[in-house]
Design a protein around this ligand. Structure first.
Ligand code: MG
Length: 173
């Protein structure tokens, strides 16, 4: 069985490039996400380095579902920034209301790919707001990062989960 050709307009490699560009445009460097992954996993993996964290992040970014979540979340932030939604949803998104919650639901499509370690790490990062996540949370004045901070937390949590599972496999052998 094979899939029909041209099922997708964009090959996933191209989408990954778009996602990386979107993150950069929003002021997020992949290295900053790798630092969060490191902070989540350093106590569990001997001699962990940022390069390994980056490797797992790059692998997570190769997935179509992950890219979809990144591009969707960033698009909503940018559209809200331009005031192109109507109220009440415009002011709810712009003010990042605590009980809005949809910004935390959307990145679950990233988390769901990598099991329960991803979910617990995501919850942890949502509370702790480590590194660039806190910076995004504090940046205000006509900048909307309502979805972006949760997207970054999900990318870090999913990558940490992927990393943890890869070491588990080595140990199980
Ligand atoms: Mg948020």
């Amino acid at each position: 069985m094979t899939y029909k050709k041209n099922r997708y307009k964009y090959p996933v490699e191209e989408l990954t490039v778009y996602a990386k560009e979107a993150l950069e445009r929003r002021g997020v460097k992949l290295e900053q996400i790798a630092e969060i992954i490191y902070s989540l996993q350093k106590d569990y993996v001997n001699d962990l380095d940022l390069e390994t964290c980056m490797y797992h992040l790059e692998k997570v970014l190769e997935k179509r579902e992950v890219v979809h979540a990144i591009l969707t979340g960033i698009a909503i932030d940018e559209i809200a920034e331009k005031d192109l939604f109507d109220d009440p949803i415009l002011s709810i998104i712009k003010s990042d209301e605590g009980l809005y919650g949809i910004d935390e639901i959307l990145p679950l499509s990233i988390i769901n790919l990598y099991g329960s370690i991803g979910l617990t790490n995501f919850g942890y990062l949502d509370k702790e707001k480590t590194g660039i996540i806190r910076e995004l949370d504090l940046r205000k004045d006509n900048v909307v990062n309502t979805f972006l901070d949760d997207i970054i937390a999900a990318l870090a949590a999913a990558s940490a989960s992927r990393l943890a599972h890869s070491y588990q496999k080595h140990e199980d052998k």
